[in-house]
Design a protein around this ligand. Structure first.
Ligand code: ADP
Ligand code: MG
Length: 570
């Protein structure tokens, strides 16, 4: 084999392929250029999913006629001067590769006019080579037309499934540009159909209406940022009922750039802890502003991936902002269907008399301290503490609140209480610890030993201390106080397994959920009046008392008016 330097056309084709993966990447790059040029309106027209043609027109600053040739040179950009600039990029583009790459892969015509110029300038290229150049009439701004995309790189075409799938991707690009730039008016047309039109009035909810429809947009909860976060965050998130079985509704932005970033998406997901079942994902548009020097967008040619210098700060900023927005918006689930008449009701009225339970435990009213805690809880409509009436099936606590009857699932409720307590201890860095009387030896698998350095800080912050003791054996010296009745070996194994594959800023949440689940009172366990009392007050004192960390409800309510309706009193 002889080593050869590739001819320029081949090298250009390879480089072009990195930036321009598919028609949607062309649209993305051209729209980014329009936004970098300060456009207030961007119009996109595509035919056959962009394979036949793409036109992106803007009313931005335009390109001076004498710089037109330069714009299509590789690494020619007006946005960067030095390596220092690269460390703190504020524009969407910075590589100076998009126009060169597009021109290498298609037939391109660019028409542009700067404000004040007498006429517009145009240039036409084919396979990266200038065909014609000149002036003609044209509005201020820039319009780029791309035809016969990938006719020079047939291999690319093989990966493109269908025009409609490509149109959907292009639509997604525009949707996200619109979310990040509500002040810009975006239009997208495919053949003769308008797929997206925003007003550019600066209102994110209006953009969300254009993208998801007015009904969804109306249900969205505004995120305005958390005083406890490091970075400013804003956006809109969906209520739990609007969740989806995949992450397609989750849109994340860093400094106006639509990104795919695991830390941020987990932060949003974790904000829904206790509100969404596992495997369900919210609709969300969450935008975080991070000083450019703390973001590296130069990770991948398509710039969708960003590296965040202070990953943990980004995580907590987003998680808290979204969580706080959701807190104000989580009512107790109504016990729907619970009051349906029994099926035998049509037959002759049953003669069985209601047997009242022989003993109804009259629990004392909650202590004043508990009552205060209840008043702080944003439990909408509950209007006060719960009066415990008893327990059903050794599993459900029955209580009366100001507006009806409450049924509490004792396991789910206790789990939620323990989970949030653990998280508070984690945040304060002050675990309640139970030292072991006798250190407990645990055997670790090689994978677990490997995960140990990464997991150790999590373990310690929850109060689990491990000491090396021979090859694969470690000694557990202490466990979290609330976990004293569970198997320390099992706990350690679970934490280590959660950290395999690196773990993330959020792994500790899974650990807390696991400790809480194992430590909580089981279903089927009889509870005394005081225990039920303590459980319900502790539950009501939580931020989101209505759901356990797995998203199952902790309590259901049957309102007094529902009872009145069912008994024909209203
Ligand atoms: P980059 O965006 O990384 O600078 P591009 O290849 O996308 O590289 O664009 C090259 C240059 O052409 C830009 O830096 C900019 O000066 C100019 N340009 C491209 N598109 C536009 C546009 N729509 N309006 C004004 N200038 C543009
Ligand atoms: Mg660009």
């Amino acid at each position: 084999m002889v080593i050869r330097v590739l001819p320029p056309a081949v090298a250009a084709g390879i480089a072009a392929g990195e930036v321009i993966e598919r028609p949607a990447s062309v649209v993305k790059e051209l729209v980014e250029n329009a936004l970098d040029a300060g456009a207030s309106a961007v119009d996109v027209e595509v035919r056959q999913g962009g394979l036949a043609s793409i036109r992106v027109s803007d009313d931005g600053c335009g390109i001076a006629a004498d710089e037109l040739g330069l714009a299509f040179e590789r690494h020619a950009t007006s946005k960067l001067r030095s390596l220092d600039d690269l460390a703190a990029v504020t524009s969407l583009g910075f590589r100076g590769e998009a126009l060169a790459s597009i021109a290498a892969a298609a037939h391109v015509r660019l028409l542009t006019r700067v404000a004040g110029a007498g006429s517009a300038a145009f240039v036409e290229l084919e396979g990266g080579v200038v065909l014609t150049q000149g002036t003609e009439a044209g509005a201020p701004g820039t319009s780029v037309t791309v035809e016969a995309l990938f006719s020079t790189i047939p291999a690319r075409l093989k990966f493109i499934r269908s025009a409609s799938a490509e149109t959907a991707r292009i639509r997604s690009v525009l949707d996200h540009m619109a979310m990040a730039y509500p002040h810009v008016r975006f239009g997208l047309r495919s053949e003769t159909r308008t797929l997206l039109q925003t007003s550019g009035n600066g209102v994110l909810r209006d953009v969300m209406a254009a993208v998801y429809g007015t009904e969804v947009a109306g249900s969205l909860i505004e995120v305005t940022g958390s005083a406890r976060g490091v970075y400013p965050v804003h956006g809109m998130v969906g209520p739990a009922e609007r969740s989806r079985p995949n992450r397609t509704g989750m849109s994340l932005f860093v400094n106006g750039r639509w990104v795919s970033n695991r830390t941020l998406s987990v932060a949003v997901e974790q904000a829904y802890t206790g509100l969404l079942m596992e495997g369900r994902y919210p609709i969300a548009a969450v935008l975080v502003d991070i000083p450019p020097a703390e973001v590296d967008a130069n990770v991948h040619p398509n710039k969708r991936e960003v590296r965040l210098v202070r990953d943990g700060d980004a995580f907590t900023s987003v998680q808290r902002a979204v969580r706080e927005a959701l807190l104000a918006d989580s009512p107790v689930a109504e016990a729907r269907g619970l009051l349906a008449p029994p099926p035998a009701i049509a037959a002759p009225l049953p003669t069985v008399a209601f047997a009242l339970p022989p003993v109804i435990e009259r629990a004392p009213l909650p202590e004043p301290a508990a009552a205060t805690a209840v008043a702080q809880a944003p439990l909408q409509g509950s209007g006060g503490p719960l009066r415990i009436l008893g327990q059903i099936s050794n599993t459900y606590v029955v209580a009366e609140g100001a507006d009806g009857m409450y049924l509490i699932d004792q396991h789910a409720a206790h789990e939620a209480v323990l989970y949030y307590r653990l998280l508070r201890q984690w945040e304060e860095g002050q675990p309640e610890v139970q030292p072991m009387l006798e250190p407990l030896p645990v055997e670790l698998t090689p994978e677990q030993v490997e995960a140990l350095p990464g997991a150790q800080p999590t373990l310690e912050r929850y109060g689990v201390t491990l000491e090396p003791f021979g090859d694969a054996t470690w000694l557990v010296r202490s466990v979290p106080l609330m976990a004293r009745s569970i198997s320390a070996a099992k706990l350690v194994a679970e934490v280590l397994d959660a950290h395999r594959g690196g773990g993330g800023a959020e792994t500790h949440l899974a650990v807390a959920a696991s400790i809480a689940c194992h430590s909580a009172v089981r279903a089927g366990q009889p509870l005394g009046a005081q225990e039920m009392e303590a459980l319900s007050s502790a539950l009501l004192a939580e931020d989101i008392p209505q759901h356990c960390p797995h998203g199952r409800p902790t309590m259901l309510r049957v309102t007094t008016s529902a009872l009145e309706r069912e008994f024909g009193r209203s």
